[in-house]
Every structure is written in structure tokens, then in C-alpha cells.
Design a protein around this ligand. Structure first.
Ligand code: KIV
Ligand code: ZN
Length: 590
């Protein structure tokens, strides 16, 4: 049992911002993106990246389109120092890309950071110190003024060291670490103090980064904090306001989105939300959320599987199956009603219109995902999913009532096996049920005749009990004629009452292009006194009439087994006499 938390945890105090404006804002363009995969993300790995993996990640980030990349924490790790040197010395940084390094507010570490950056064309140096009361009191042993002094002397050193490396185009960034737990007016005081030292201009802005080092509140409170800073910071026109959400409460994405509405212009995060504890905010989700609103994020995730694979290789961490936009199952529907809606949506979705496929907020093809996994069939599924797979993979467009009939067969099979069925297994079940000739009646050949008044006559040679017999019937088309012809046979061969009438309840056909093969497929739904309700038969043949006759035979075979499976010669002769041909005189072969 969970303990009573009231004496252990305090609710987050609301922000006094009665005239907040962020609630009415709409995000209409992407933020400036900063990937910290190689710094914050890397610091959170069980096994931090070596130079080779860092380089792979760096190249991936460049290919995706990041223009600002935090490449490491060179004063904290030799690998990071060497990696920054390697990038600069090997001239691996494209001219339009700024690298960023993080440094604490400590003199020797700041020296080391500037040393790592020697020779860079442009660089962002990122200064941080913790500012919240708990940190001041418990971790640092500093009061407010001491905390300000620490940051201020670090900021001053930034100016001095940058002046000694004039070949680099410098930009400075300050993060009041633990911002979300810091008193707002104190966060403003310390940021303003740093800005007074750096003296940014609208042409050469400083970055003020507001980290949710730990996510401690609902995202609306974070948005209030950001809007408060946005409105109260000095030199606002010379600042790029940035956020760096973590995801402790699972709201990192919402926090980053609301923060942009509240005035943040830049977002720091990692691919697929890697990062300390529950992760940094996921830049892929943020970017694709924008994309699904019709806003190009300026980052390319058109091959998300390959990106995911590289990230997993570099971080050695798996991406969960339900992770937005990328997880193995995120474009998959198991539920029958979802599958049905998706199938209908795909049927009407046109390539040049707005995306409106139910349950899929994004066209999987836009991120390089195939439609393969969209519908998977298990015991939760229904006719829609089954029909979708047969249509997509086997070019069968099942009539609705056949979908219902077949889904019951699939359901029974799955209830027995308890397993998911692949598209191939569904097809095999379908073939077995509807297409494989049964022992009773078999189609052999047919001939169509027509009279002057348009009446059609059909003679069909069938195999029954290893004997051949030809049946004849007249009707207004081959299907009608065949049904009539079969009726007499059914009465005799299946021991059915003489008034047993075979009726064709429904008939559909379509051509089926599979590679070079273009077969016709016919679906019939039959009714009759020998059938409970109705039932279906399916026939496939290159000739459409043949496909229809086979479909009828397959339906009949599914409904009854001949009473006399072993007719003797006498019976067969009787049958042949009984099935005497109609008068052919007025008919000519078609
Ligand atoms: O989460 C955090 O506060 C950080 C800072 C160093 C920006 O990563
Ligand atoms: Zn962080």
C-alpha cells in the first residue's frame, strides 16, 4: 500500500501570472533545435560513447539537419575533450553548424573548455550553476549572493578567455541549473547579472537556457515560469530564450510545447528522449508533432528506422515498442474496430489530399515506414484487419458478408491457438476454407450457348465420385443457368428433398493482378433449403465464367457432402439419364 504522501511531498506552488498569454498562442514555426545527445544524453548512458560512436552520432545529427550540437563536456571527460579536438582538427564541422560545450562555473574547468575549443570557427560555451534553494543550502553551501558571485566570476572569465581566441566566433549560454525549483525573481537576478557581464546585442545574442533539470510541476506551471522570465528578463532583444526539459513526470514534450507558446525560441533535447533518469525531451517527437500540424520542423526524419538503429547502436539502449512515431508497434492496430476504420480510411485516402486515415496521426510512409505492420491480427482483431491484409497482400476485395463469415473462421482458429496470425497464415486459412477443391463436386469444363431471344444455356461437365456427368440449365446468364442446372443434380446426388432450391444470393467479382498473373476472382453467396442462412464460395480462374462456376461449386461443397459418396455404376447411369440434355436446337455455342 502506498503511504500517505501528505506529510512527505509538497504540491508545487502556482505562479502568480494572472495575465498569462501563452494559453492563446499557436506554435507556427519550429524552434532552434539543440541536440545534446553527445553531452546530456551521453552522460546518462550505462556505457558512454567512445570517439567512434560519438562520431557516428555526430554525423547522424548533421544528416538530420541539426545546426547546433552540444558535442560534450570536455572539462569532465578526456574522451569528450579528445572528441572536440578531433572534430576541430579534422575539420569535420560544417560551416553552418555550431558546436557547443558545457562547463561548470569553475575556473580550471572553464580554462579546459576554452582549450578544447581552440581553432573552432564558431562555438557556443555553455555555463551552468545550480540556483535552487535546496542546492544553495545543501549542495553548494552558498547563499544567494554567493551563488551570483560564483556565476558572475565564471562569466567574466568567459569574456577574458574568448578575447584570447579571437579566431572563433563565440556565443555564450547561461543555465541556472535547477531553474524549475528556483525562485523566479532570483533566477531573473542571476541571469540579468550574467547578461550585464556578457553584454550581448541583438546581433550577437546570448542564450539563456531554462532547464527543467528535474520536472517538478505540471507543464502549465513550467509555461508560466518561462513566460514570467520572457517578460521580466532584461535585454530581451539580445537573448535567445531556450528551454531544456527533462521528463520526470512524463510531460517533457508538453512542457517544451507550452514553453514555446510562452516565449521559448530554442529547445535542447535528445533523439528519442535519451537522457538522465527518464530522459531529456525527445526532439523527434517534438519535430514530428509539428510536422503533423503541417509545419516542417527543419529536421529530416524521413528514414526513421535507420535513425533509430544508429541511435540504438550508439547508446546501446533499446527504443520501446510504443515510443511515439518510431516504436515497432506505433503504426499497428490489433483492435478490430480500429482495423476496420483504418481499412476504410485507406480506401478513400487520395495521395494529394489532407491525411485523414483514422487512428494514424501520421502517414507512416512519411517517416519511411511501410504499411506492412499497420494491421496485425490477433484474438482482439476483427473482419476489418483480416480483409485489409488479404486485400493488401493477396489482392482480394472480400464482400462485406464474406468478411464477417471468414472472420469467424479466423477467430475460431485463433481462439484455439491463442497466437497472432500473419498475413500468410490468414491467406492459407482462406485457401483451405474457400478455394481448395473438396472431394464432393469438381468442376471439369463448361460450354455456353445462346438462343435468339438472348436466353443462355450452359452445359457443365462435373466430376462426382470419380465419374463425370454433364449438367444443363437455361437462364438469363451463365450463373443463373448453372444454378438451375445444379438444382436437379443436388436433389439427386445429395439426397435432398426435391424442392431444395439453390439460390444465388449475392455475386461479386474482380480481377486480381499479382505480378504477371491476372486472374479473375468470383465470390458467391448461396442460400437454399440445404443451407442454414447463407454461405460463401470463392473461385479463381483466368476465365471469369469459370471462376464463377467454381465459386458456386465451392459454396455447394461447403454446404453439403453427398449422401452417396460411393455411387455405383447403376446409380450413375440413372443419374446420367436423369440429367438428360435440354433441346439444343435453337441454341448456338458462345
Ligand atoms: O538538466 C540540466 O539542468 C542540465 C544543465 C547542465 C543545462 O543538463
Ligand atoms: Zn539536462
Amino acid at each position: 500500500m502506498l503511504k500517505n504522501p501528505a506529510n512527505k511531498y509538497r504540491p508545487f506552488a502556482p505562479i502568480n501570472l494572472p495575465n498569462r498569454t501563452w494559453v492563446n498562442q499557436i506554435i507556427s514555426h519550429p524552434p532552434t533545435w539543440l541536440s545534446t545527445d553527445l553531452r546530456d544524453g551521453n552522460q546518462a548512458l550505462i556505457e558512454p560513447m567512445n570517439i567512434e560512436r560519438k562520431l557516428r552520432m555526430f554525423n547522424l545529427l548533421i544528416n538530420i539537419g541539426f545546426k547546433e550540437i552540444e558535442v560534450g563536456f570536455p572539462s569532465a571527460s578526456q574522451t569528450d575533450f579528445d572528441f572536440v579536438r578531433y572534430l576541430i582538427e579534422q575539420q569535420l564541422i560544417p560551416d553552418d553548424v555550431k558546436i557547443q560545450v558545457l562547463t561548470p562555473a569553475r575556473k580550471e574547468l572553464i580554462y579546459r573548455s576554452f582549450e578544447a575549443l581552440q581553432g573552432a570557427k564558431q562555438a557556443i560555451v555553455h555555463l551552468y550553476n545550480a540556483t535552487s534553494p535546496v542546492f544553495r543550502r545543501t549542495v553548494l553551501g552558498l547563499d544567494r549572493q554567493g551563488t551570483i558571485n560564483l556565476a558572475a566570476s565564471a562569466a567574466t572569465l568567459f569574456n577574458q578567455l574568448a578575447a584570447t581566441q579571437p579566431e572563433t566566433n563565440w556565443q555564450f549560454q547561461y543555465s541556472p541549473e535547477t531553474f524549475t525549483a528556483t525562485e523566479l525573481e532570483f533566477a531573473k537576478i542571476i541571469c540579468d547579472r550574467i547578461l550585464d557581464i556578457w553584454e550581448p546585442t541583438p546581433e550577437n545574442k546570448a542564450i539563456i537556457n531554462l532547464p527543467a533539470t528535474v520536472e517538478v510541476s505540471t507543464p502549465n506551471i513550467f509555461a508560466d515560469q518561462v513566460e514570467w522570465m520572457h517578460r521580466h528578463l532584461n535585454r530581451r532583444d539580445s537573448i535567445i530564450l531556450c528551454v531544456h526539459p527533462h521528463n520526470d513526470r512524463g510531460c517533457g514534450i508538453a512542457a517544451a510545447e507550452l514553453a514555446q507558446m510562452a516565449g521559448a525560441e530554442r529547445v535542447e533535447g535528445c533523439l528519442f528522449g535519451n537522457g538522465e533518469r527518464t530522459g531529456n525531451v525527445d526532439l523527434v517527437t517534438l519535430a514530428l508533432n509539428l510536422y503533423t500540424q503541417g509545419i516542417h520542423p527543419g529536421l529530416d526524419f524521413s528514414n526513421i528506422n535507420e535513425i533509430a538503429q544508429i541511435v540504438e547502436d550508439c547508446t546501446q539502449l533499446p527504443i520501446p515498442s510504443r515510443h511515439p512515431y518510431v516504436g515497432d508497434l506505433v503504426f499497428t492496430a490489433f483492435s478490430g474496430s480500429h482495423q476496420d476504420a483504418i481499412k476504410k480510411g485507406f480506401a478513400v485516402q487520395k495521395p494529394d489530399t489532407f491525411w485523414e486515415v483514422p487512428y494514424l496521426p501520421l502517414d507512416p510512409a512519411d517517416v519511411g515506414r511501410t504499411y506492412e505492420s499497420i494491421v496485425r491480427v490477433n484474438s482482439q482483431s476483427g473482419k476489418g484487419g483480416i480483409a485489409f491484409l488479404l486485400e493488401r497482400d493477396y489482392n482480394l476485395t472480400l464482400p462485406r458478408r464474406l468478411q464477417i463469415e471468414f472472420s469467424q473462421i479466423v477467430q475460431k482458429f485463433m481462439d484455439a491457438s491463442g497466437k497472432e496470425l500473419s498475413s500468410r497464415e490468414i491467406w492459407e486459412l482462406f485457401e483451405q476454407e474457400y478455394l481448395q477443391p473438396r472431394k464432393s463436386l469438381k468442376y471439369v469444363s463448361h460450354q455456353l450457348y445462346i438462343a435468339e431471344d438472348g436466353t443462355q444455356m450452359l452445359s457443365a461437365k462435373l466430376q462426382i465420385s470419380n465419374e463425370y456427368i454433364t449438367v444443363h440449365g437455361k437462364g438469363n446468364g451463365p450463373i443463373d443457368a448453372f444454378a438451375i442446372a445444379l438444382n436437379s443434380l443436388l436433389n439427386f446426388a445429395f439426397d435432398l428433398p426435391l424442392d431444395s432450391k439453390l439460390q444465388i444470393h449475392h455475386y461479386e467479382e474482380h480481377s486480381r493482378h499479382l505480378g504477371s498473373n491476372s486472374d479473375a476472382i468470383a465470390y458467391v453467396e448461396i442460400a437454399g433449403t440445404f443451407v442454414t442462412g447463407t454461405l460463401h464460395g470463392v473461385g479463381i480462374n483466368s476465365n471469369i465464367v469459370t471462376a464463377s462456376l467454381i465459386a458456386i461449386i465451392n459454396a455447394v461443397n461447403r454446404s453439403v457432402e453427398p449422401a452417396n459418396t460411393g455411387f455405383n455404376r447403376k446409380q450413375i447411369n440413372q443419374l446420367k439419364q436423369f440429367m438428360h440434355p435440354e433441346n439444343y436446337q435453337n441454341f448456338t455455342p458462345m
